[in-house]
Design a protein around this ligand. Structure first.
Ligand code: PGA
Ligand code: ZN
Length: 440
C-alpha cells in the first residue's frame, strides 16, 4: 500500500492558448501521476462548472489561480494520506468537499485534475498502463476513431452551421489501418479545398474550416475526399456529424441554419437529417437536437434511430442521472462521454456503465480546448467503449491521443482487437420496412 503524499497544481495552457489546470499527485513511494483538464467552447448548460478567475487583468479573466488555491487550501489536506487504490472513495470525498451538485464551489476543473492525477499515480505505482488499470482485468477493445476533419459552428467562424463533419474509418481490421485511412482522407480534403479555392485554414479541433455555402457542401466534400483517397464510402469509411444543435436554437425553440438561410422546427430539422442520411453514408449524428428538447430527441430517435447512431452530448453532459432519463424517454441510442462535463473518474465510469447497460453505444471524447493529456485514449480502451472522438489528425494536442492509441495497439500486440464495424452492427444490418420508410 502507498499513500498520497503531495498534491501540486499549476496553471498551464490549453490548445486555444487559455489557462488550464494541471495537477501532480505524488505518492510516498516517490511515484507521480500528472493530468491536465481540457475545456469546451460549445459547453452544455448541464455540465459541471469550470472555475475561472474572472480577473480581466490576467488572461482576459480566464486564469485558473482560484482553482489552484482551492486545490492547495481546501482539497489537498483532505486527500493527502489516502490510498490511491481507493479512487471511488477519493472521488466521493472530492464531490462532498465541494458540496454543490455542479461542483461550482471548488470547480470541476480543480476536482477532475486531482481525480485524474490520482488514477495516473496509481497506475504508475502498480506499473501497469492506465488503460489496463481501468479495464479491471477484462480484455480490451481499441476504439473506432472519429476524425473531425471539417470544423464549423463555435469551433470555426465563417464555416458551416454544423460543428463537426467526421470521417469514421470503421471498416478495417486494425486501428493503425483506420488511422492511416483517416489521415490520408484528411490530406486529400486539404487538396480538394485548395483546388476549389475554399481555403485550408483549420478550426479549433484541427479540421479544415472552409467558407462553404451550405452544410450539404460539407457532406459532399467529405464523400469526395473518401473516394479520392481510394476508400469505399459506406463500407470502409463513413461520415459522422456533430450538429451541436443547442448552438442553433432560437428564442422560440426553433433551429437557425444560417448557411441554408432557414429557421426550422425540430420536425423540419429531422426531415433534413433524414434527407442527408438518405444521400450520404452517415453513421452517426451527435446533438441533433437541443440540450433540453427531449421531445425533439424522441422524435429523432423514432425516425432515424434504426439507421443512424444518435449521440447525446450536451443533452446528457456525461451525467448518469440525465442518461437514465434519456434511456426512459428513448431519447437517443448513444452517449458521449467527456470527463470534464461530470468532474470525476468515478462518475465518468458510472456514466459509461449506465450507457452500456442500456444497450446503447458510447463515445469517449476530447474537448475543443485540449492539452497534451492523453487520458481519454486510455479511458476509451480500458472501458472498451468502441469509439473515440479526438479531432483531426492534426495539431499536437489531437495527435497526442491518436499516438497514444497507436502505442497501446503496439503494446497489446497479438491481443489488439479493433472495434471496427461491430460497433455499428445494428445500423448496418438495418432493413427498412414500409412503415419506417414512410416519412409522413
Ligand atoms: P466542445 O465541443 O468541447 O467545444 O464542447 C466538442 C463537442 O461538442 O463534442
Ligand atoms: Zn458535441
Amino acid at each position: 500500500m502507498s499513500i498520497v503524499s503531495k498534491i501540486y497544481a499549476r496553471e498551464i495552457l490549453d490548445s486555444r492558448g487559455n489557462p488550464a489546470v494541471e495537477v501532480d499527485v505524488t505518492l510516498d513511494d516517490g511515484t507521480m501521476g500528472r493530468a491536465s483538464v481540457p475545456s469546451g467552447a460549445s459547453t452544455g448548460a448541464h455540465e459541471v462548472v469550470e472555475l475561472r478567475d474572472g480577473d480581466k487583468q490576467r488572461y482576459n479573466g480566464l486564469g485558473v489561480r482560484t482553482a489552484l488555491r482551492k486545490i492547495a487550501c481546501e482539497i489537498a489536506p483532505h486527500i493527502m494520506g489516502m490510498d490511491p487504490q481507493n479512487q471511488s472513495e477519493i472521488d466521493s470525498i472530492l464531490s462532498s468537499l465541494d458540496g454543490t451538485p455542479n461542483l461550482s464551489r471548488l470547480g470541476g476543473n480543480a476536482i477532475l485534475g486531482i481525480s485524474m492525477a490520482v488514477a495516473h499515480a496509481e497506475s504508475s505505482r502498480v506499473g501497469v498502463p492506465l488503460y489496463r488499470q481501468l479495464s479491471n482485468g477484462l480484455s480490451t477493445v481499441l476504439p473506432v476513431p472519429m476524425f473531425n476533419i471539417l470544423n464549423g459552428g463555435r469551433h470555426a467562424k465563417n464555416s458551416t452551421d454544423v460543428q463537426e463533419f467526421m470521417v469514421v474509418p470503421a471498416g478495417f481490421e486494425t486501428l493503425s489501418q483506420a488511422v492511416q485511412a483517416g489521415v490520408e482522407i484528411y490530406h486529400v480534403l486539404k487538396y480538394l479545398l485548395d483546388k476549389n479555392g475554399l481555403g485550408t485554414n483549420i478550426g479549433d479541433e484541427g479540421g479544415f474550416a472552409p467558407s462553404v455555402n451550405t452544410n450539404r457542401e460539407g457532406l459532399d466534400l467529405l464523400l469526395q475526399a473518401i473516394e479520392t483517397a481510394g476508400y469505399l464510402p459506406g463500407e470502409q469509411c463513413f461520415i459522422a456529424m456533430d450538429i451541436a444543435a443547442t448552438e442553433l436554437l432560437t428564442e422560440d425553440g426553433k433551429y437557425s441554419l444560417t448557411r441554408e438561410s432557414e429557421i426550422l422546427t425540430a420536425h423540419e430539422l429531422i426531415s433534413l437529417y433524414t434527407e442527408w442520411t438518405d444521400a450520404y453514408p452517415i453513421i452517426s449524428i451527435e446533438d441533433g437536437m437541443g440540450e433540453d428538447d427531449w421531445e425533439g430527441w424522441s422524435e429523432l430517435t423514432r425516425q432515424l434511430g434504426n439507421r443512424v447512431q444518435l449521440v447525446g452530448d450536451d443533452l446528457f453532459a456525461t451525467n448518469p442521472t440525465r442518461i437514465r432519463t434519456g434511456i426512459k424517454k428513448n431519447a437517443c441510442t448513444a452517449a458521449l462521454i467527456k470527463m470534464n462535463q461530470i468532474g470525476t473518474i468515478t462518475k465518468t465510469l458510472e456514466a459509461i456503465r449506465t450507457t452500456k447497460d442500456a444497450g446503447w453505444a458510447t463515445v469517449v471524447s476530447h474537448r475543443s480546448g485540449e492539452t497534451e493529456d492523453t487520458t481519454i485514449a486510455d479511458l476509451a480502451v480500458g472501458t472498451s467503449v468502441g469509439q473515440i472522438k479526438a479531432g483531426a489528425p492534426c495539431r499536437g494536442e489531437r495527435t497526442a491521443k491518436y499516438n497514444r492509441l497507436l502505442r497501446i495497439e503496439e503494446g497489446l500486440g497479438n491481443n489488439a482487437e479493433y472495434a471496427g464495424l461491430s460497433v455499428y452492427n445494428s445500423i448496418l444490418n438495418y432493413q427498412p420496412t414500409e412503415s419506417l420508410t414512410d416519412k409522413t
